[in-house]
Design a protein around this ligand. Structure first.
Ligand SMILES: Cc1cc2nc3c(=O)[nH]c(=O)nc-3n(C[C@H](O)[C@H](O)[C@H](O)COP(=O)(O)OP(=O)(O)OC[C@H]3O[C@@H](n4cnc5c(N)ncnc54)[C@H](O)[C@@H]3O)c2cc1C
Length: 309
């Protein structure tokens, strides 16, 4: 498989379906992901994305997984890249290596600030990284004359650092005007937040595809982790009531979480979503069960029958 520019992928797949992986931190975790890649590939996603540890903590591991997937050829990898803690020289090195390998797209992020991450670096916000990648694209170093396709993050329930939602929308719009090709959202469990935010994006004249981020709750610990990672995410009472009913029964909790994600996906499909991005946590079983419950043998079954439906 040669990596394609996201605009070509979106033209080919009237609705994208994508999976997110994180780079494994041990040999056994790497082996376990490797054994699951076949199951992920069987679902024929439009692309898969690979996270990056802010400040470069997974720099080599992200690179190795991305290039490994690219060379295996069954899954089209989109690396995440965060800018905090990096000099522009370091970013250029990473971009040049991906370009040399023919990687077609990347997700441009600021990265989460934490005590472990040096928040210095030459670029403060994701918009600066988008501008930097566009400048790289214009240098002609990428084998595709359009350069990298660029994705950015969107936050249907807002971002903890910018409680002013109007201002936060301005910041998203700035990333789009700087050259982003698509938006992938933070995970959410209540679709009404996504629909309202999508309308607000439309009102702000943000007209690039918006891909919805879905993460099934597979345990109460996963939900706690989601709440921590995606600050501000709502877990509706209706969902919590179902989970509490089974709190001592791990298999039932997982079933409830998967069922909830299936309901979310069906509703998103009914509402003409441009794409669904599954936060897989490198586990193929939950994703496979969601596909089965949706009646989909592969991602192709989740695309609209006609491009305009
Ligand atoms: C799909 C997705 C994938 C992710 N993958 C990763 C990953 O691989 N690695 C990782 O470390 N993190 C990842 N994250 C988390 C992300 O890095 C954090 O949520 C981060 O806090 C925000 O990133 P951003 O790219 O939206 O930053 P930005 O767009 O820079 O926004 C960050 C904050 O700054 C504000 N802001 C933006 N521009 C300005 C400005 N000019 N002046 C003042 N304030 C401004 C925004 O309103 C927002 O509150 C991911 C998030 C999502 C949704």
């Amino acid at each position: 498989m040669t990596c394609m520019h996201i605009r070509d992928i979106m033209k080919r797949d009237a609705r994208t379906v994508s999976f997110e992986f994180f780079p494994p931190s041990s040999a056994s975790a790497a082996e376990s992901l490797q054994t699951r890649l076949g199951q992920f590939a069987a679902l024929a996603p439009s692309f898969v994305s690979v996270t990056y540890g802010a400040g470069g903590s997974t720099r080599t591991r992200t690179h190795d997984l991305v290039i490994g997937l690219h060379e295996q050829g069954d899954l089209d990898p989109v690396p995440h890249l965060t800018c905090i803690g990096h000099t522009t020289g370091e970013i250029d090195e990473i971009l040049a290596r991906y370009a040399q390998h023919g990687i077609g797209n990347l997700l441009a992020l600021r990265g989460d600030r934490s005590e472990a991450v040096d928040i210095g670096g030459d670029l403060s916000h994701a918009v600066d990284l988008v501008r930097h990648v566009v400048a790289f694209n214009n240098s002609g170093e990428h084998p595709d004359s359009r350069g990298f396709g660029i994705g950015v993050a969107g936050f249907p329930e807002g971002h903890p650092e910018t409680p002013n939602q109007l201002l936060h929308m301005d910041h998203l719009k700035a990333k789009v005007e700087a050259g982003a090709d698509w938006i992938t959202t933070q995970l959410f469990t209540d679709n009404s937040h996504f629909y309202d935010w999508r309308e607000r994006c439309e009102l702000a004249e943000i007209d690039i595809p918006i891909v919805a981020g879905i993460m099934p709750i597979t345990s109460l610990a996963t939900m706690a982790r989601m709440a921590d990672l995606a600050g501000g995410t709502t877990f509706p009472a209706r969902l919590q009531r179902r989970l509490i009913r089974f709190q001592d029964d791990a298999a039932s909790i997982e079933q409830v979480g998967i069922q909830w994600a299936v309901e979310q996906c069906n509703d998103l499909l009914d509402h003409g979503v441009a794409g669904i991005h599954f936060y897989t946590l490198n586990r193929s079983d939950a994703t496979t069960r969601i596909f089965q419950a949706l009646g989909a043998g592969s991602s192709a079954d989740l695309r609209p029958a006609h491009p305009d439906t």
